[in-house]
Ligand binder design. Structure first.
Ligand SMILES: NC(=O)C1=CN([C@@H]2O[C@H](COP(=O)(O)OP(=O)(O)OC[C@H]3O[C@@H](n4cnc5c(N)ncnc54)[C@H](OP(=O)(O)O)[C@@H]3O)[C@@H](O)[C@H]2O)C=CC1
Ligand SMILES: O=C(O)C(=O)CO
Length: 369
């Protein structure tokens, strides 16, 4: 009880960004310490990100399902909260999840059974948790939705010659119309998808209502899946030399660094468009810049670059045939709520001992983004 009292005073005196429900601190701590039948859960990570992704409505939903520790705990605060965290069974996080070592996990969260991550890639932190036997769940399927929406929209516009004709139109309507006439539109155009993972497959699904021919480079895509998706599996060279619009969705793993280079960009059709929402590191940028400078009717739409942001001296900022967006394809603004919803739905399945849909394994980490 003394402990509870100390805690309450302590928290009342620092109504900082970590508190989850300042107005109900007393009830919250009291209930947490005394215990309930629900699983003891913790929000771990960067408080601003957690509060943004798990908005008040979502947090209320979670309070019904779990016994939530009353403060968001960042890496720096683990020591301070160490004794209370010993009984935590599940943790929720999002962007800003700390990369704890196995020793830290065993010391601070010895009873942790599952970690629910309401964002995309878990590469930076998942391995030590998996080695400690913790179930790791990611909402990368939720983060994939806006990226796929963005890419599908760009593909449809690119097939019409939208990007450069919109720019040209300011100088000469005639020139702009002439340029656009070199494009096939969205009737039987060939579209290349590089990497048919979570995002690549969603893009393919979203393009279904259009009459397009979809060519896919993905060495791991089973033939039956390709047949079900109604796509043609092919090599990277074919994708670049045959497709009107090419969209990159490769995983961000060491093996894909520099995978898209001169061999590919030099083969782009004269009016082709290359879209990158994957990662800048997968592209040899000097090779892309050369291919775009040599044939200015080609276009690149880049949401990601390496480094980010693009340095002020980069040619990418000078070329009229490069459209740069500031890494906005993934979940932004209201879209982040979808990631929290996926995490909570998965937590419900976990509590009810149903099969999980988005569990990540060590094996998956070898090729996933
Ligand atoms: N711009 C933005 O805001 C965002 C960008 N992204 C980026 O989008 C990309 C795709 O993400 P997502 O779809 O979720 O990732 P997934 O892990 O679901 O898919 C990645 C794809 O890359 C393939 N792949 C992995 N290794 C290799 C390799 N060595 N050679 C060829 N193909 C390989 C995978 O094959 P398989 O799985 O079949 O083995 C899979 O098809 C990532 O780079 C990610 O960082 C993600 C979110 C937001
Ligand atoms: O989550 C990611 O991988 C991003 O690129 C940002 O949405």
């Amino acid at each position: 009880m003394i402990y509870i009292t100390n805690r309450l005073i302590y928290n009342y005196n620092r109504l900082d960004g970590n508190q989850l429900r300042p107005s109900s601190v007393i009830r919250c701590y009291d209930r947490w310490v005394i215990g309930s039948m629900k699983k003891k859960a913790l929000f771990i990570g960067r408080p601003q990100s957690i509060q943004m992704v798990y908005n008040p409505e979502i947090r209320n939903e979670l309070y019904q399902l779990a016994d939530i520790y009353p403060e968001i705990v960042s890496r720096e605060q683990l020591e301070e909260h160490a004794s209370e965290l010993q009984s935590i069974e599940v943790a929720f996080s999002t962007w800003g999840m700390p990369a704890l070592t196995e020793n830290e996990i065993r010391r601070y969260l010895p009873n942790l059974k599952a970690l629910f991550y309401a964002a995309g890639s878990v590469q930076s932190f998942a391995r030590p948790f998996l080695h400690c036997g913790v179930t790791v769940v990611s909402a990368w399927a939720a983060n994939a939705v806006p990226v796929a929406e963005y890419a599908a929209a760009q593909i449809v516009l690119a097939n019409k010659g939208y990007f450069q004709s919109a720019l040209l139109n300011k100088q000469s309507r005639q020139e702009a119309a002439r340029y656009a006439r070199a494009f096939p539109g969205n009737y039987n155009a060939k579209v290349g998808i590089i990497g048919a993972g979570m995002i690549g497959r969603k893009v393919i699904e979203m393009l279904k209502p259009y009459q397009l021919e979809i060519w896919v480079f993905d060495p791991f895509l089973p033939d039956e899946t390709a047949a079900r998706l109604n796509v043609a599996k092919t090599g990277l060279i074919d994708v670049f030399s045959q497709c009107q619009t090419i969209s990159n969705h490769l995983a961000n793993v060491p093996e894909t660094v520099g995978m898209l280079n001169k061999e590919h960009f030099d083969r782009m059709l004269p009016y082709a468009t290359f879209i990158n929402t994957g990662r800048g590191k997968q592209v040899v940028e000097t090779d892309l810049i050369r291919a775009l400078s040599d044939v200015p009717t080609r276009t690149a739409v880049l949401d990601v670059t390496y480094p980010e942001p693009v340095p002020p001296e980069s040619e990418l900022l000078k070329l009229d045939n490069v459209i740069l967006t500031p890494h906005i394809a993934g979940s932004n603004q209201t879209e982040v709520e979808r990631m929290a919803k996926y995490a909570i739905d998965e937590f419900r399945r976990y509590v009810q001992e149903e099969a999980l849909q988005y569990r990540v394994s060590l094996k998956m980490l070898e090729t996933m983004a």
